[in-house]
Design a protein around this ligand. Structure first.
Ligand SMILES: Nc1ncnc2c1ncn2[C@@H]1O[C@H](COP(=O)(O)OP(=O)(O)OP(=O)(O)O)[C@@H](O)[C@H]1O
Length: 320
């Protein structure tokens, strides 16, 4: 690895506890891309010289508004596009080496799957492309179908699948070759909150198995939940790079979570804060997230069908 090529260093790079500099899976060196028109004239500078490293065993998020260069970066990493300048190394090989693709799984923003095959047939087809034996394919297909929660729908044709189910089979397809690097473009698109939670848990599980995940998403809450580090692009330029927990930490505010405090105790704490020259912005009960509330309601409804949390009085008040 060429340490000097890490032009965008933010001081947080070395603090990644999960990996060290010897296990870089993706490395871009002054990577840039200019799209040209038919006559070779410059049309768009989609990516300005980019230097990032994705390390083994981490979930790395690539963020940015529409047109910021995320898909271009992914295509360069996959070797589907040639760089205008610079290089991409994946597993220490040039991205244009097709051999390295055997170790990569890719879930594109839109999966193009054969609609008249069912989930089993689809995954078996992709298993054949990776030269898996019949026995390996049978075991792998079964494992993946269960993993993405499509066990009950395994014999239904994909044309009958909902968006969320299609996304799941797309993920299973990306994992058929048991890849070491998984690239996911908008993995939670079309998934309901339960499917989103399951997808996030799956991504975390992949990392726990030692896989490296590169994730592209506009769902910032999902990115915050799963990513170890992020790079933020804007107009083809790297604007921020670092660990999510470091980037989001509000350094001059102290948060204490305590249970069972009386009002008198809370007042006393406020006095201590004041005596020490601090100010109390607010003392309140924390709120759960909408995701937690939603999942809890669905869980309760599954356990006790017919039960409703909304009282008649609240419903009437809502009508006013
Ligand atoms: N084949 C192409 N020819 C010309 N310009 C292109 C081509 N592909 C992308 N671009 C341009 O390059 C820039 C970056 O596009 P890219 O698709 O990489 O962005 P993105 O961050 O993935 O956007 P989105 O979030 O909308 O998917 C945009 O200005 C886009 O119009």
């Amino acid at each position: 690895m060429d340490i000097d090529s890490t032009a965008v260093a933010d001081g947080t790079e070395d603090s990644n506890a999960k990996s060290d500099s010897s296990s870089v899976v993706i490395e871009t060196r002054s990577l840039s891309k200019v799209y040209r028109d038919f006559w070779g004239r410059k049309k768009v500078q989609a990516l300005k010289p980019l230097d990032i490293e994705v390390k083994q065993g981490e979930i790395f998020g690539l963020l940015g508004p529409n047109g910021s260069g995320k898909s271009t970066t992914i295509k360069l990493i996959l070797g589907l596009l040639f760089p205008t300048s610079g290089r991409v190394l994946v597993f220490d090989q040039d991205a244009t080496e097709t051999k390295k693709n055997e170790r990569i799984g890719y879930l594109p923003e839109e999966s193009y799957l054969y609609k008249f095959l069912n989930a089993e047939e689809t995954l078996d087809f992709y298993g054949r492309l990776f030269d898996l034996s019949a026995a390996e394919r049978a075991a792998r297909v079964d494992e993946l179908i269960k993993m993405v929660g499509l066990d009950k729908a395994r014999h239904r044709q994909l044309r009958e699948y909902s968006k969320g189910m299609t996304r799941r089979v797309g993920l299973a397809q990306a994992l058929v070759n048991d890849p070491d690097l998984i690239m996911l473009d908008e993995p939670t698109t079309g998934l309901d909150p339960i499917g989103t939670r399951e997808m996030k848990d799956l991504i975390l599980r992949l990392r726990d198995e030692g896989k490296t995940v590169l994730l592209c998403s506009h769902q910032l809450a999902d990115v915050q939940d799963v990513c170890d580090r992020v790079a933020i692009l804007h107009q083809g330029e790297l604007k921020e790079l670092g660990r999510v927990d470091e980037l989001l930490k509000v350094k001059d505010v102290t948060e204490i979570h305590a249970r069972g405090l009386s009002d008198a105790a809370k007042k006393e704490i406020q006095e201590v804060i004041q005596r020490n020259g601090g100010t109390t912005d607010y003392i309140d009960n924390p709120t759960a997230t909408m995701e937690e509330l939603f999942l809890q309601i669905v869980r309760e409804s599954d356990e006790r069908p017919g039960m409703r949390r909304v009282s008649e009085r609240e419903l009437q008040e809502g009508d006013k």
